[in-house]
Design a protein around this ligand. Structure first.
Ligand SMILES: [Zn+2]
Length: 69
């Protein structure tokens, strides 16, 4: 269960969001990185990069699928 955290996207406006479970709120994690290699066609390796789930923010919007309005 992801933790709810409170962030301020704009000064004075606070929003509840979910901590990203994919990177545990760090904003970066181990990802596949494409290494261009023009002699051999390039290859994939792993390295620390921007979290693809939260785009490096460390949090994701709460999905309001259960909203009744
Ligand atoms: Zn993330």
């Amino acid at each position: 269960m992801a933790a709810i955290i409170r962030i301020s996207r704009f000064p004075g406006i606070w929003e509840d969001v979910l901590e990203c479970e994919h990177c545990e709120g760090q904003g970066e994690c181990e990802v596949e990185v494409a290494v261009p290699d023009y002699m051999n066609g390039g290859y994939l390796t792993t390295g620390i990069g921007e979290c693809p789930v939260c785009y490096g923010r460390g949090w994701v919007d709460i999905e309001e699928e259960d909203a009744e309005e």
